[in-house]
Design a protein around this ligand. Structure first.
Ligand SMILES: *[C@@H]1O[C@H](CO)[C@@H](O)[C@H](O)[C@H]1NC(C)=O
Ligand SMILES: *[C@@H]1O[C@H](CO)[C@@H](O)[C@H](O)[C@H]1NC(C)=O
Ligand SMILES: *[C@@H]1O[C@H](CO)[C@@H](O)[C@H](O)[C@H]1NC(C)=O
Ligand SMILES: *[C@@H]1O[C@H](CO)[C@@H](O)[C@H](O)[C@H]1NC(C)=O
Ligand SMILES: *[C@@H]1O[C@H](CO)[C@@H](O)[C@H](O)[C@H]1NC(C)=O
Ligand SMILES: *[C@@H]1O[C@H](CO)[C@@H](O)[C@H](O)[C@H]1NC(C)=O
Ligand SMILES: *[C@@H]1O[C@H](CO)[C@@H](O)[C@H](O)[C@H]1NC(C)=O
Ligand SMILES: *[C@@H]1O[C@H](CO)[C@@H](O)[C@H](O)[C@H]1NC(C)=O
Length: 609
C-alpha cells in the first residue's frame, strides 16, 4: 500500500542521511530537487506549488527551511510523512484536497513554526494529528469544513500563538477544545456558524490578545461572555445580522483597546456594556442601524481616539456626544442620514484630524461652517462632504467654497416666536388649555417649555409639551397656575415667550361633576390664546339636549305614521299592519340607501291605528 511504501522510502532515505551525517562529509549531500518542484538552494526553499502532485513527493531535500506544496491534489498525509525535514520552519499545504491527516503526520518537524492547511476539505481534526510540533507558532486551518473542535484538539501545541480558523462551518466548540494552548495570542473564528459564544472554551486561552468572530447566530450577547480574557486587547464581532443587544455585563472582565461590532443589528450605541472599557482607543460600530449618538454617554471612554460608524442609520449626533473625549482624533460617519454635525458635539475640535462625513444629506448652514473653516486641517478621506438638502447650495463640495463666500452662504436665522404677545389665560378647574408657541428660523428651531418652577416639561403627563410646539394643560388644577416659558432655539440663538395661566377653583357644590365636565369640555376647550370664555355644560344642559333629541325622534316617527295612515285612507285599502325594514346605520352610511343591496335588512311589524 501507499503508506507502507512511503514509510519504506522514508526509512531508506533516513538511513542514508544518518550515514552521510555520520561520515561528516564537509559539503552536505544534497538531494536532487523533486520533479515538478523548484528548489532554491540559497534560501533553502522548495516550491512544489501547482505541480499536479497527488501526494507529498518522497525525495524532498532535507535541509529545506520552507516548503510550498500549495495548489496540488494531495488528499491525505500519512503517518510521519515529513519525518526527515527537521530543519523545516514553514510548511504550506493550502489549496489541496486534504480530507484526512493520519496520526503523527507531522512528527519530526520539531522546528516548524508555521503550518498552513487552509482551503482543504478537512472535516475533523483527529486527536494526535499535531504531535511533535512543539515549536509551532501559527496554525492556519481556515476555509475547511470543520464542524466541531473537540476536547484537546490542540493539546500538543504549547508554543502556538495564532490560530486562523475562519470560514469553517463550526457549530460547536467543546469546553476543553483549547486546553493546553497557553501561548495563543490570536484567534480568528470568522465565518463560523456558532450559536453561542464558546465562553467556557475561551477561558483556557488566558493570554489571548486578539479575538475575531464572524457570523455568530445570536440575538443578544449574554452576560460574562468573555470573562477571564483579561489580556484581550482587540475584539471583533461581525456579520451577526440578528444581534440586537449586548447585555449589560456582556463585556465584563475585558480591558480592550479596540472593539468592533460591525454589520450586526444594533439600534443603539451599547453605552452601558462599554462604559468600563476605559482603555478603549478604537470603536467601530459600522453598518448597524443606529439612529442617534446621545449626549454625555461616552464620557467614561476618555481615551477613545476613533469612532467609526459608517453606513448606519444615524439621524443625529447630539450636542456633547463626545464630551470628555480629550484625545478624539477620528470620526467616520460616512453614509448615514445626518443633516448636520455641530461643533458642540466634540470636546474640542482641535484634536480632530479625520472626519468622514460624505454621503449624508447635509444641510449647509451655519452649523457646518466650522467644518469648512477647518477643511485644511481635516482629512475627509476619499470623498469630501457635499451639501445636499439646501436648495441654494445643492451639490456644493466642501472644498469648493472660497474663503470670502463662506460667511455669506452658510448662514442661519435665529428663531423668532410668531404671535409674540403675552398670553394670559383664565380657566375654571378641570378645563384643558393649549398654549401655542410657533417659531420660525433656519434651521427650524426646537421648542421647549419650562414650568413655573423653571423645570423643563416632557412630552408626556397631564401638562405636556407637544411635538408641534404647543403646551397642553389637561384638567387644569389650581396649582397649575403660574407663568410658563416657551424657549425656541437653534444653532443661531434662542427666543422665548412667557404665558400665564390662572385656574379658578370650581364652586364646591358642583365638584362632583368635575370629571364629567372635564370630559365634555375637552374637545371644544383647546382655545389656545382665547382659553377662558367657554362656559361648561352642566346637567341641565345635558338633559335639555337629550330631551330635544328624543322629542325630535318621536316627532319624525309620528309624522311618518300620520303620512302612512293618510296614504292608506286615500287608497281605500284597509291594512292594519306595516312592515318597516331598517338597516344598521353604519351600513347605510357606507352604501347607497335604497339600492336593495343589503342582504340582512331587519324588519319589524307594527299595527296601525
Ligand atoms: C512557487 O511556484 C509557483 C508556481 O510555479 C509560483 O507561482 C510562485 O510564485 C512560487 N513561489 C515562490 C515563493 O517562489
Ligand atoms: C453556516 O451558515 C451559512 C450561512 O448562513 C450557511 O450557508 C451554511 O449552510 C451554514 N453551515 C452549517 C453547517 O450550518
Ligand atoms: C445581565 O446582568 C445584569 C446586571 O447584573 C442584569 O440586570 C441582567 O438581567 C442580565 N442579563 C441577562 C440576559 O442575564
Ligand atoms: C433586526 O432588528 C429588527 C428590529 O429591531 C427586526 O425587525 C429585524 O428582523 C432584525 N433583523 C434580523 C436579520 O434579524
Ligand atoms: C488595561 O490595559 C492597559 C493597556 O492597554 C494597561 O495599561 C492596564 O494596566 C490594563 N488594566 C488592567 C486592570 O489590566
Ligand atoms: C470612512 O470609511 C470609509 C469606508 O471604509 C472610507 O472609504 C473612508 O475613506 C473613511 N473616511 C475617512 C475620513 O477615513
Ligand atoms: C398642536 O397639537 C395639538 C394637539 O394635537 C393641537 O390642539 C394644536 O392645535 C396644535 N398646535 C398647532 C400650532 O398646530
Ligand atoms: C438664550 O440665549 C442667551 C444668549 O443669547 C443665553 O444666555 C441663554 O442661556 C440662552 N437660553 C437658552 C435656554 O438656551
Amino acid at each position: 500500500m501507499f503508506e507502507g511504501t512511503a514509510i519504506h522510502h522514508w526509512l531508506c532515505w533516513g538511513a542514508l542521511y544518518l550515514l552521510a551525517a555520520g561520515l561528516a562529509l564537509p559539503s552536505e549531500t544534497r538531494r536532487p530537487c523533486p520533479q515538478s518542484c523548484h528548489c532554491n538552494t540559497v534560501l533553502l526553499e522548495v516550491n512544489c506549488s501547482d505541480g499536479q502532485l497527488s501526494k507529498v513527493p518522497g525525495d524532498l531535500p532535507q535541509d529545506a527551511k520552507r516548503m510550498n506544496l500549495t495548489h496540488n491534489n494531495i488528499k491525505t498525509l500519512a503517518h510521519q510523512q515529513f519525518q526527515t525535514l527537521t530543519q523545516l520552519l514553514d510548511l504550506d499545504l493550502s489549496d489541496n484536497l486534504l480530507t484526512a491527516i493520519e496520526m503523527d503526520a507531522f512528527l519530526g518537524l520539531q522546528n516548524l513554526l508555521i503550518l498552513r492547511l487552509a482551503r482543504n476539505h478537512l472535516k475533523i481534526i483527529p486527536a494526535g494529528v499535531f504531535t511533535g510540533l512543539t515549536h509551532l507558532q501559527l496554525l492556519d486551518i481556515s476555509a475547511n469544513e470543520i464542524l466541531v473542535f473537540l476536547d484537546f484538539n490542540f493539546y500538543e501545541l504549547p508554543a502556538l500563538q495564532s490560530i486562523k480558523a475562519e470560514d469553517n462551518d463550526l457549530v460547536f466548540i467543546s469546553h476543553q477544545a483549547f486546553s493546553g494552548l497557553s501561548s495563543v495570542k490570536e484567534l480568528h473564528l470568522d465565518g463560523c456558524n456558532l450559536t453561542a459564544v464558546p465562553t467556557e472554551a475561551l477561558t483556557q486561552l488566558s493570554v489571548l490578545r486578539k479575538l475575531h468572530f464572524r457570523r455568530l447566530t445570536l440575538t443578544a450577547l449574554p452576560n460574562y461572555s468573555f470573562h477571564h480574557l483579561v489580556h484581550l486587547k482587540e475584539l471583533v464581532i461581525s456579520y451577526c445580522p440578528r444581534l440586537e443587544t449586548l447585555s449589560e455585563n456582556s463585556l465584563f472582565g475585558l480591558n480592550l483597546t479596540s472593539l468592533t461590532i460591525r454589520r450586526c443589528n444594533l439600534t443603539a450605541v451599547p453605552y452601558i456594556p462599554l462604559h468600563h472599557l476605559v482603555y478603549l482607543i478604537h470603536l467601530d460600530l459600522s453598518f448597524n442601524p443606529i439612529t442617534y449618538i446621545q449626549g454625555n454617554m461616552l464620557r467614561d471612554l476618555f481615551r477613545l481616539e476613533e469612532l467609526h460608524l459608517i453606513g448606519g442609520s444615524l439621524l443625529g449626533i447630539e450636542i456633547r456626544a463626545f464630551t470628555g473625549l480629550t484625545h478624539f482624533k477620528l470620526l467616520n460617519v460616512s453614509r448615514n442620514l445626518l443633516n448636520t454635525l455641530e461643533v458642540d458635539v466634540f470636546h474640542s475640535v482641535d484634536t480632530l484630524k479625520t472626519l468622514g462625513l460624505d454621503n449624508n444629506p447635509l444641510a449647509c448652514d451655519c452649523r457646518l461652517l466650522w467644518v469648512i473653516r477647518r477643511r485644511q486641517y481635516l482629512d475627509f478621506g476619499g470623498e469630501s462632504p457635499t451639501c445636499t438638502t439646501s436648495v441654494q447650495l445643492q451639490g456644493w463640495n466642501f472644498l469648493d467654497f472660497s474663503q470670502s463666500e463662506l460667511a455669506g452662504l452658510l448662514t442661519c436665522r435665529p428663531p423668532q416666536i410668531l404671535n409674540h404677545k403675552p398670553q394670559v389665560v383664565k380657566v375654571d378647574q378641570g378645563h384643558t388649555v393649549v398654549f401655542y408657541c410657533n417659531a420660525e428660523g433656519d434651521p427650524l428651531p426646537s421648542v421647549s417649555w419650562l414650568n413655573p418652577q423653571q423645570r423643563p416639561l416632557s412630552p408626556t403627563g397631564r401638562i405636556r409639551a407637544l411635538s408641534n410646539g404647543s403646551l397642553e394643560v389637561r384638567y387644569a388644577q389650581p396649582e397649575d397656575s403660574g407663568t410658563y416659558l416657551c424657549v425656541a432655539s437653534n444653532a443661531a440663538g434662542n427666543d422665548s415667550m412667557l404665558v400665564s395661566l390662572h385656574v379658578r377653583v370650581f364652586p364646591s357644590s358642583t365638584t362632583n361633576l368635575f370629571h364629567l365636565e372635564g370630559w365634555f369640555a375637552f374637545p371644544s376647550a383647546s382655545p389656545g390664546v382665547k382659553g377662558n370664555q367657554k362656559l361648561p355644560f352642566d346637567v341641565k344642559t345635558l338633559l335639555i339636549a337629550a330631551t330635544i333629541g328624543l322629542m325630535s325622534f318621536f316627532s319624525s316617527v309620528s309624522v311618518c305614521f300620520i303620512f302612512m295612515f293618510l296614504w292608506s285612507k286615500t287608497k281605500g285599502q284597509i291594512k292594519h299592519t306595516a312592515t318597516i325594514a331598517y338597516v344598521p346605520r353604519s351600513t347605510m352610511s357606507r352604501s347607497n340607501v335604497g339600492k336593495g343591496n343589503y342582504m340582512e335588512t331587519s324588519r319589524f311589524t307594527m299595527k296601525l291605528i
